[in-house]
Design a protein. Structure first.
Length: 417
């Protein structure tokens, strides 16, 4: 079965025996594809074990007309989801040159080197890539993976090197690569799966035949370019190794969705909360740099009708019962009023007030401004105020927000008590 490609599709009762026979007779250069129901990969332990290491390359949903007649007409739709899995040949990597030989030097036959070097990004970090037509798969340098904390998954693969020696590969990873094309401002971007292997000092990632075949790529060594016919791009390359990239991390911004995917994949994340503090209080070792929001309670603040026992208790905890000044410190949570879709800003003209109420408005607003509870605003929203008399004859100032409440999305959460 050397250099053969095998297709398998059989009933679930026969498929395990078919897979066992394939494993017993397969050659290192043999590849295979098998079609199995998607549920079998999760519910059938025997098939799941036999297909360990196979890659899902295509998924057909239920109802897809996959089965056809010899004349090409659809015959029957799939009754369930189907996966196509691929078993690649056992990979090998060819390192054509020793570290003391320049890649630009022709080989003994006078042909240029089949390796083209490109500078781009690997998993968001600057790195050196190389397209190698004599490597069967993609490989990434082990030190590069460890240095940048790239998430890997365990594998058990035997790799053949240029000197015919065998080495074991125990990890693989999926990384996002970016390479500049000859079109100004256009980058080639794609996620590739790589085996983790210690490479030489000339490249951080090696793009092998699996990537070259998928992209229908041509290595034009005379023009030092990589022609990607599937992507319709031409990548500028060089037959000499690129300058080593500095070891410092090169960070880039990512979206919240990308961060969530990295967390699910096992990446280590750290949260940093930056806030402005008083440097003087930190220098003196103050544990609470936030300014106080209330002044201590004084004897004059306690009404005369309060009993002596309560008065003594209030004065004992004067720092708790003091008159508040200003808003509390920012704790990272903002109150938001959610309105119904299509709502417009609500503005209602002020109600007419009596002279007594007008004087009360001026006094209350002045006091609220001095205490830091309100501030001047140019908001398109506006709700009128009204007064409700208290039993002692004073006025309680209220805000009429009924118009705003009418277009507010109601919260069904019970009010805490």
């Amino acid at each position: 079965m050397a250099h053969d490609h095998v297709w398998m599709a059989a009933h679930l009762a026969v498929l395990p025996a078919l897979l066992q026979h394939y494993v017993s007779v397969r050659h290192d250069s043999t590849s295979a594809c098998v079609m199995v129901p998607s549920d079998a990969l999760h519910n059938n332990a025997n098939i799941k074990h036999l297909l360990q290491g196979w890659h899902v390359i295509k998924r057909y949903p239920k109802g897809f007309p996959l089965l056809v007649t010899p004349d090409g007409l659809p015959r029957k739709s799939l009754p369930f989801d189907v996966d196509i899995l691929y078993d690649p040949p056992k990979p090998f990597v060819t390192l054509l040159h020793t570290p003391d030989v320049a890649d630009a030097q022709p080989s003994a036959g006078g042909e240029p080197s089949p390796i083209l070097h490109v500078t781009g990004t690997i998993a968001g970090h600057k790195g050196r890539l190389a397209a190698d037509s004599q490597a069967s798969h993609c490989f990434v340098d082990e030190s590069f993976v460890n240095r940048h904390g790239i998430v890997t998954t365990p594998v058990n693969v035997s790799v053949t090197l240029a000197d015919k020696s065998q080495t074991a590969v125990s990890a693989e990873c999926s990384v996002y690569i970016c390479m500049p094309s000859k079109l100004r401002g256009v980058w080639y971007k794609r996620r590739v799966k790589c085996f983790v292997l210690p490479l030489n000092s000339r490249q951080d990632l090696l793009l092998g035949q699996d990537w070259l075949i998928w992209e229908k790529a041509l290595l034009d060594c005379s023009a030092n370019s990589i022609i990607l016919r599937r992507a319709g791009l031409v990548i500028n390359g060089s037959n000499t190794p690129t300058t080593p990239v500095p070891q410092e991390d090169d960070f880039e911004l990512i979206t919240p969705q990308q961060a969530a995917r990295l967390v699910r994949a096992g990446a280590h994340c750290f949260s940093i909360n930056v806030s402005e503090v008083d440097p003087v209080s930190i220098m003196h070792g103050d544990e609470d740099p936030d300014p106080p929001v209330s002044g201590p309670l004084t004897e004059a603040d306690i009404p005369s009708h309060v009993s002596s026992e309560v008065r003594a208790l209030l004065l004992k905890y004067a720092h708790v019962f003091g008159t508040p000044h200003g808003l509390p410190p920012d704790r990272g949570i903002d109150h938001v009023i959610s309105e119904k879709p299509g709502s417009k800003p609500v503005y209602r003209a002020p109600y007419r007030t009596s002279p007594k109420e007008t004087a009360e408005v001026h006094a209350r607003v002045k006091q609220l401004l001095e205490d830091g509870f309100i501030e001047p605003s140019n908001s398109p929203y506006g709700s009128p105020i009204l007064f409700v008399p208290k039993k002692d004859g004073t006025l309680r100032m209220c805000i009429d927000t009924r118009a705003l409440n009418a277009q507010t999305v109601p919260m069904r959460t019970p009010i805490p008590r």
